[in-house]
Design a protein around this ligand. Sequence first.
Ligand SMILES: C[S@@+](CC[C@H](N)C(=O)[O-])C[C@H]1O[C@@H](n2cnc3c(N)ncnc32)[C@H](O)[C@@H]1O
Length: 439
Amino acid sequence: MNKPPARKPRSQRPPGQAATPPPRVDAARKGALRLLAGVGQGLSLSDQPTALARLDPAERARGQRLALAVLRNIDRADALLVPLLSRKPRPEVLDALRLGVVELLELGEAPHGVVNAVVDLVRGMGPKGCAAAGMVNAVLRKVAGQSEAWAALPPEMMPDWLRDPVIAAWGEDVALAIETAHQQGAPLDMTAQPGRTAPGEKLPSGSYRLREAGQISALPGFAEGDWWVQDAAAAMAVRLLDPQPGEYVLDICAAPGGKTLQIAAAGAQVTAVDLSAARLARLHENLTRCRLSAEVVVGDALQFTPDRAPDAILLDAPCSATGTIRRHPDLPLIRDGSALAGLTALQAQLIDHALSLLAPGGRLVFATCSLLPVEGEDQLAAALQRHPGLSVLPVDLPGIAPDWLTAQGGLRLRPDHWPDLGGMDGFFIAGLRKPLAPR
Ligand SMILES: C[S@@+](CC[C@H](N)C(=O)[O-])C[C@H]1O[C@@H](n2cnc3c(N)ncnc32)[C@H](O)[C@@H]1O
């Protein structure tokens, strides 16, 4: 019998020198780096459902938390890193360094454990990672002592295409206050069915809030369908629409459907239309869990005409989503404002189509989760000009400060509102009444 050929040793180590132990793999940190690499390639976090799919639920949650924390602090981390780097590292090594900085200085984790874990991650990146491991070790050890410099850094700045119009509308101080709110992230807000409650503190607007969420499906009342997750600002759009039992209400651009649930829970008959079947699947899940019903239609709202004229329409139009940066800190890194012209044109078309469907005397609430006046205040002004005879519905809602109302009667909500309660998403909301007879 032939002997198998002798195996070649993988590496030759000088006698007496200890072997480098194999890097320990931390699944959550590795997952966070996968998400960050995706964002670096222009993908949003929600475009990457498989990045953490193999992790157990606790590791998945930690991986997501770490990625969010880095995304909220990328420029701040780079401000400390750049002076310590002799040249720009490879993108995956730079992301690992950013993760180390954020864990050390933002999340306050123990320096020894963080530095070792990040060095192990980098060594696990292959020969080029191994070559960078010494540098990563040295840089993170220096960074670990810079907590005062970290605390003195300003919050992450919005990109110019967003910051400039925010400053033009409300000034530098408001831009900074919004950036401070973005830095703090978002709590978990919930809307309860009428007559029921949700966990956490009750907000002045009627929503409920938990500062630390944990596993949502384990919270009291979730399985019973007592409430659903919905930002407090988002919930105000339907509070302004004020659907009544027995009314017929059209919810266009409805998915994933927090507002459809509110309309159905008020006792109105609702048709929910959205282009995205995948996003509407979440509406179906929530309707079932909350034992509510709605007619759900997949399709282009501009082509949709219901069998009868609705008493009220909610138009939560597609927009830049710049009001949601607290929850989606990847957004400023993957968007450049180039989609705005198309979005504002679509918003105006949707307003016109919705008004054409509405019963005489009916109500239309237009909403966008945007910080940009072109997607809010300017849309209201233009709609009033295009449709003489429209009147603006008065905003009489709990929890609203008078200076959140705009000159034309819209409601401007910003992340820096309710600073002591934990902020809210940015939204513009306006209610319009169609005249009884065309003029
Ligand atoms: C801001 S989101 C709606 C959020 C939803 N109202 C809620 O409360 O959960 C905008 C939605 O508009 C949908 N959309 C975009 N263009 C559309 C169109 N032409 N017709 C119908 N839906 C559209 C998108 O699929 C997206 O789900």
